[in-house]
Design a protein around this ligand. Structure first.
Ligand SMILES: [Zn+2]
Length: 486
């Protein structure tokens, strides 16, 4: 029976190819063979791997891997809209210590120019305006989406390897280039999306091992490379043509994005904790210049922090920006400080990464540095670096042996006994019970504080709701009441 089904399928596919009235390997032939014009929506499911873009554990390593036990993409080509659901669990790399992975079940949507997630119990709508460009790209890079968008956007086509290379631009901005082979299959689609660190970031999909799924010809293997490393590798197990795909944005998804706000608190004379969003910075008022610790997220955040720094400390230039690590949520605002004329202080492993990344074009979302084209200046270190104005000393120490990142730094002000760190210890709300198991990144931070004999009073974490103390860190790792020599 199975053999017969395969035979019938093979005959049907051959007939479909033979019935094609266009020269093989052209855009029209592929559109006809895959039935792109009739494909109003599609749903495909599978399993495989997902990788967390921008969160490599070292500037020289790929994005970290998660196992994907369930993956479903639903696309409505007419609205257009899409939903991606996934169940994933981080794969802890051999030899690396991470917190015990927790299963994640993201549920992500785009409809027209509105993007949102559903999260929590009961599910709540989280607007995701920054994700619109990427999620729209995910629609037009699917095999059928690519063919439909090519037809709608006056694609140009040229022969390549017995097939064609087809390219077009959507919305006058986002470019797509795809390859059709001699079997009328879309085998590769490339596009570019904006990223604050990498600029115009290449996203390359490959589609291989085409099979007939329930009457639909579709690749059984999909890979996606973004920023030079894999972000997705899925083996497709089922495909439904014209699946129900009513994806409409709830009213809450269109809520205006929260304005970028910066609050400040003076931790010691001339040392300011700048909060107000998900990521914080610290500003230090030195004799004739300003030092800023951390430039998270993007240029909008950097501009707001810079404005606040200049308000708190008038008439002094920002001479140094200290960067704790390369994760994109912590380095996305760095380029704004290069444009500002600040020297970037970072671990020596990070410098070549930034230097290479910052040569990329920023045509999709030109930032200030793309216009000024200023050359970046760096001060780098291995274990330790010291900045001083002759009166106040700022120590920068590597957080050695952390599973979070191999080129990871914290900042210590010895006179003020203030420690500044991000991602090693993120305090919970003041009334939250201590975690059941200690976060190994926080244990490692504590080990480093002891190894370096730092006399820490306050901890200004670069995430979290509050300023804390060494006692709070100790409580969080189950060492409350322990003595300083523990
Ligand atoms: Zn990080």
């Amino acid at each position: 029976m199975r053999k017969l089904t395969l035979l019938v399928t093979a005959v049907a596919m051959t007939l479909a190819a033979a019935a094609c009235s266009q020269p093989a390997g052209t855009l029209d032939a592929a559109s006809e063979a895959l039935g792109a014009a009739q494909m109003k929506s599609i749903e495909f499911s599978g399993t495989g791997r997902w990788f967390q873009f921008g969160q490599a554990p070292s500037p020289t390593l790929p994005w970290p891997q998660f196992d994907v036990s369930a993956f479903t993409t639903t696309v409505n080509y007419e609205t257009p809209g899409a939903r991606v659901q996934m169940t994933r669990l981080q794969t802890v790399e051999p030899g690396r210590v991470r917190p015990a992975p927790v299963e994640q079940k993201p549920d992500q949507y785009v409809s027209g120019s509105t993007a949102w997630n559903l999260a929590g119990t009961p599910p709540a709508v989280q607007p995701q305006p920054a994700a619109v460009e990427e999620r729209v790209m995910e629609i037009w890079t699917t095999p059928h989406g690519f063919l439909r968008a090519a037809a709608a956007n006056n694609a140009s086509s040229q022969p390549a390897n017995g097939g064609s290379e087809v390219s077009f631009t959507v919305g006058g901005k986002n470019r797509y280039v795809g390859t059709i082979n001699a079997q009328n299959q879309v085998t590769r689609v490339q596009s570019w999306i904006d990223n604050p660190v990498l600029g115009d970031t290449s996203v390359e999909f490959t589609y291989s091992d085409y099979k007939a799924f329930n009457g639909v010809t579709f690749p059984s293997h999909i890979t996606r490379i973004q920023g030079g490393y894999p972000v997705l590798d899925i083996t497709v197990s089922s495909v439904t043509a014209n699946a129900p795909a009513a994806i409409t944005a709830p009213a809450e998804a269109s809520a205006a994005p929260a304005p970028v706000t910066v609050a400040s608190a003076e931790l010691a004379k001339g040392v300011y904790y700048l909060t107000g969003g998900t990521h914080h910075s610290v500003v230090v008022d030195q004799k004739d210049h300003i030092v800023v610790v951390e430039s998270p997220q993007n240029e909008a955040r950097s501009l707001a922090v810079i404005a606040k720094a200049k308000e708190l400390v008038p008439n002094k230039p920002i001479k140094y920006l200290i960067n704790t690590h390369v994760h994109f949520d912590h380095s996305g605002g760095l380029r704004t400080y290069v444009d500002e004329g600040a020297t970037i202080v970072t671990h020596q492993m990070n410098r070549p990464y930034y230097e290479k990344a910052w040569t990329a074009p920023h045509t999709l979302n030109p930032d200030r540095l793309a216009q000024s084209k200023k050359a970046a200046t760096f001060e780098t270190f291995g274990d330790k670096h010291v900045l001083t104005d002759g009166s106040r000393t700022i120590e920068i120490h590597q957080i050695a042996g952390s599973g979070h990142n191999d080129a990871f730094a914290m900042v210590y002000l010895p006179k003020e006994k203030i420690l500044i760190e991000g991602d090693a210890y993120t305090p919970a709300a003041a009334n939250a019970p201590p975690p059941a198991t200690a976060n190994p990144f926080s244990v490692n931070l504590h080990d480093n504080i002891q190894r370096l004999k730092l006399d820490v009073k306050q901890i200004a974490a670069l995430h979290g709701p509050r300023l804390t103390t060494l006692a709070d860190l100790r409580a969080a790792i189950g060492r409350a009441g322990a003595t300083a020599t523990d």
